[in-house]
Ligand binder design. Structure first.
Ligand SMILES: Nc1nc2c(ncn2[C@@H]2O[C@H](COP(=O)(O)OP(=O)(O)OP(=O)(O)O)[C@@H](O)[C@H]2O)c(=O)[nH]1
Length: 418
């Protein structure tokens, strides 16, 4: 069966402050004609007021940020645009606030990460951090844009040197697909339109690279995992016996008639019907939102998972995760947190910090067991009840968790099951 999810590409952008992220996104939207006329008028006016000659590309994204910053709770803004080939969602994460936090939030569902490097500075610590996080998050495609090529005379030598620097450390990371593109976000070279200043570069522009990334193999179509979000029991007479389980399929494919198990109870049944939107369907797959009816009347509640009988996740109460600490308050020893895993919530404790990762040297530090903002560490977690886990490598949805501080209700950490 052909699953056509190929149309939509999610990507995230990362770079250090002033590398040109806002300018790049603006340029991408502008040159691909994704910006509405009225927005354009107001930006042209603001650019003029600020004394810019022409249009300040960064204003496209900055405008968006103002809106978002009033909301305060989310640091990631989502921007949508469409070309004849594909739809795109950009998770735009501001570089000046906490980068690890934002990248983790914005990138967990991304197909690709675009990392910017200032051609004048080459690979810096932030580049390494961002790439490390991209590899940790298992983002399938990494596009490294070497920006501000106009400031280094469009030099191939500078470009090649930076690729060399990048490859020197990235060889230690597990990354399947890495590409490099020399660009000038400001002037538009190799963003949407091919540069006339860099004849030596033969590969695609950023947009054409994004349009042509092969992503249908990025989705896990094998392990069927359906976390139940809500149990539907309509009150009216007509539907008195109806009991549907609604949620979003995390991975895999479900068909009417499939033999399934409900976890953690282990009760078995068969799928009687599947509804997607208003329609009844025979087959459903990730990431569709559906409601399912089973043939037997068994006890299913929010946080349960419906899986195929022959392919089940592990039920664990103690497990290891690679944890990114995302909060200003450091981890408190033996403190209790709420752990969120798919639609499930339990209480959890960090039992042990196995090691902390030094992102610059890729060394493991087994002495230091503190966890503060931006730290990445392997830890052992213990939960009050068993969770239905896959490894993050196998399944980005059912292999990830977040920890919430029970007193402040803030997300303090995100973790990948190892
Ligand atoms: N010469 C040149 N300047 C650039 C280029 N791209 C960005 N800039 C400039 O670099 C500065 C920083 O650009 P921004 O887009 O605001 O960069 P940023 O800091 O990554 O954006 P934030 O996402 O707000 O952190 C601005 O003055 C841009 O005009 C480029 O390709 N060439």
């Amino acid at each position: 069966m052909e699953i056509n999810n190929n149309q939509l590409l999610r990507f995230t952008t990362a770079g250090s402050v002033d590398d040109g992220k806002s300018t790049l996104i603006g340029r991408l939207l502008y040159d691909s004609k994704s910006i509405f006329e009225d927005q354009l008028d107001s930006i042209t006016a603001t650019s003029a007021k600020k004394g810019h000659d022409g249009i300040d590309m960064a204003l496209f994204t900055d405008g968006l940020r103002d809106e978002r910053e009033q909301g305060i709770t989310i640091d990631v803004a989502y921007r949508y645009f469409t070309t004849p080939k594909r739809k795109f969602i950009i998770a735009d994460t501001p570089g000046h606030i906490q980068y690890t936090r934002n990248m983790v939030t914005g990138a967990s569902t991304a197909n690709a990460a675009v990392i910017l490097i200032d051609a004048r500075h080459g690979v810096i610590e932030q580049t390494k951090r961002h790439s490390f996080i991209a590899s940790l998050l298992n983002i399938p495609h990494l596009i490294v844009c070497i920006n501000k090529m106009d400031l280094v005379d469009y030099s191939e030598e500078v470009y090649s040197k930076i690729i060399g620097q990048f490859e020197e450390f990235s060889s230690k990371l597990l990354m399947k697909d890495v590409r490099f593109i020399p660009i000038s976000a400001l002037l538009g070279d190799n963003v949407v339109n091919r540069s006339e200043k860099m004849e030596w570069y033969q590969n695609g522009t950023l947009l054409s690279t994004l349009e042509n990334l092969y992503i249908s193999s990025d989705i896990n179509k094998i392990d069927a995992r359906f976390p139940v979000q809500t149990v539907l029991r309509p009150q009216s007479e007509e539907f008195r016996d109806y009991r549907g389980y609604a949620g979003r399929i995390a991975s895999g494919v479900y068909k009417v008639g499939d033999e399934v198990s409900v976890l953690p109870s282990g009760f078995e049944s068969k799928i009687k019907s599947i509804n997607a939107g208003e329609k009844e369907v025979e087959v459903a797959y990730a990431p569709m939102s559906v409601s399912m009816v089973l043939e037997d009347d068994i006890d299913v509640s929010r946080g349960n998972m419906i899986v195929r009988k022959s392919n089940q996740p592990e039920l664990e109460q103690e497990f290891d995760v690679m944890l990114c600490w995302l909060n200003n308050d450091s981890a408190k020893p033996r403190a209790k947190y709420t752990i969120k895993h798919t639609s499930n919530e339990e209480r959890a404790m960090i039992k042990e910090v196995v090691y902390k990762m030094d992102i610059n040297s890729f060394k493991r530090d087994t002495e230091d067991s503190s966890l503060s903002m931006n730290d990445i560490a392997r830890v052992k977690i213990r939960t009050t009840r068993r969770l239905m886990l896959d490894t993050y490598r196998d399944n980005r949805n059912t292999g990830s968790i977040i920890l919430i501080d029970e007193s402040t209700n803030e997300t303090v950490a995100a973790g990948m099951v190892v």
